[in-house]
Ligand binder design. Sequence first.
Ligand code: ATP
Ligand code: MG
Length: 708
Amino acid sequence: EISPVHLLLAGLNEDQQRAVTAPEQPTVVFAGPGSGKTTVLTRRVLYLLNRGTPAHQLMVVTFTRAAAKEMKERLAQILPDKVHKLAIGTFHSLFLMMLRDAGEQVYPLLSGVQQTRWMRQFLEERGQPVDDETVSTFLNQISLCKGNIILPDRMKVQKEKNILFRDLYMAYEEKKRAAGLWDYDDILLAFYHKCQHSRTLSEWQERFQHLLVDEFQDINFIQYHILLKLTQRHRRLFAVGDDDQSIYGFRGSDPSFMLQLKQDFPELRQIVLSVNYRSTDEIIRLADQLIQHNRMRQSKPRAGTGTRGLPVQWMDPENEEQEAEQILARLRDGMETAVLYRTSTQARALIDALVRKDIPFSVSTGDLSFYRRWQVQDILAYIQLAFNPNDLDALIRIINKPKRYLFGEGWVEAGWALARKSGRTVLEVLPELPCLETYQIHYLNELREMVPTIRRFSAVRAVRYICEMIGYSRYLEKYAEETGNDRDLVSEPVDELLLAAEHCSDGQALLMHAEKVNQMVKNNEQSPQVKLMTLHKAKGLEFDRVFLIGLHAMVLPHRRSLQVPESRKRAAWEEERRLLYVGITRAKSELYLSISKERQGKRVGISPFAREIGYGGAVDSFCQQIQSVNEISELRKSTPKKTLTSQPQMRFAKEEVSPGMHLIHNRFGKGAVIRITSIEGVAPGRKVLVRFHDHTLTLHYELSRQLG
Ligand code: ATP
Ligand code: MG
């Protein structure tokens, strides 16, 4: 049954209540992290249902599938029999469903793997460099164009690079059409075009009279214009967002659409939420200090709940290995933990350590395992070939890295036949293939001689040998030069692999380890002790404890993000700062910022952002003992009276449990309440976070009350 309104609003502050119960007209909730935007959106759904809005009239748009899933779960707890009638999902999934329901022809979706394969093929056919970066850059660019409704036949191009791009774009579209497939952007484009037909549009407008959108700051051009169409008649748009958390600019997202709403809906109501319920004061203060440095932003009132916690801690391990050890040491207490980083390579040392210790972890979907980076795969292919000289896949992979001038695939058949006839391996017979030029024979002889020696080497030496003696490093340098890529960026995975290899006895052990990691990253643990993800993937989420690793120069802001025309430098710089801001504001009670002295074996600089938030010479030692129970209660005494209990909307906290309170647990002994982690759903199933001597635990409120 649907809950009565007062229950629906339970635990919400006045502004949040105002948002939930806002009149049915365009409304935008504009507020900082942790202020309850997603909470309000969820309650708004309940509120509308409670007012008698039929469930099928609601459309709720989330930014990711994971977020949609979570919202469905939250609502299912309260409305188990209604939730399946609600349209909750990403723009793509919702629009696909609507097109289908409208009897439109929809096409199967092209997989990411297939997309990549096609682009590789196009590049190869045009004699262009083929590597993961180039491939994904072009695919991103195509997506960016489609998101702005720029189709290839309407592109005006002059520069040579753009001519290539348009050519690839056309080839891609053509191949897709011929195969009868769609990519994600085709869904939006098809939907956009369908919106131009007034009959379908008005059917849609009638069917979905309420549109609710989370993470509005990351909307792009085509999505925004579709929304305008859909809401034209009933004008019931409810959008929540935070311009400071817009981090997908590189994909065409643009927070200025939040401002444009005012022009497109003159009757727009704007509601501002100002209390961050998620984080302790220490974390909020640090986040604020950082974001103040951005110029392109709307300022918003920002307050905490007055919850004091541990100071934000800086870690300064010697290197990534030590960093991983320190993080692992912290995992034992079972507190919900996430480790966030700018680029997935940064997680390599930690993932290796977790795999070695068999600690369950998860990595955000879509993140590539380090061992699947193309450079790493190239080197591993050499090692594979050393142990199995008949490994054709490995051989094909490395044959021209560096160039040995053996092109096409005819040689594979010929080599295989020759090997079989003579009872030798393919690697061995290569130089004896028919019709080779002298220089080819020379290179292939060299390959045949050198590869088998790898078997005798330690893993580190094997990698070195492949790079320095066999010439793989030379290949990478040339490659960087030809493609105009940053040399250091291109060779970065090699440096990282050298570090990884230190833990493996020989090449074979390295191969086995890589395979194990790939498996674990793919299988993604269901109940992980720790979640690893890039800053981009952390948006909208929250965790009791967050480690933010690798606050190095050239990482944040990332060097690649700064490779933009001068006019866009500032915007790019600010987007990187927002990325760090998103990371910091994921933490509820504990935040660790880590800057190892070395990265990939080299001394490295510190992120300018770290300085902005007070990283100075005097670094608090990471191992500074956790404050004892007594210290925490001291801390509480000095806290200004503006605590959770003094907030009217938190009246329930007047009961026994409050932060700083002592309690005795029959298993863990004396503890002190650090914070009250509240509520989701209407029935407040409250929990408290309690620090015991050497554990931190989340306990149920009821339980704690008895303990107290
Ligand atoms: P983000 O910008 O990061 O997406 P958000 O604005 O969507 O954040 P929510 O995720 O909705 O914020 O809420 C943050 C946390 O605060 C959640 O744990 C939520 O349960 C809690 N919360 C929200 N409103 C209140 C409230 N009035 N009292 C106590 N806790 C609240
Ligand atoms: Mg949110």
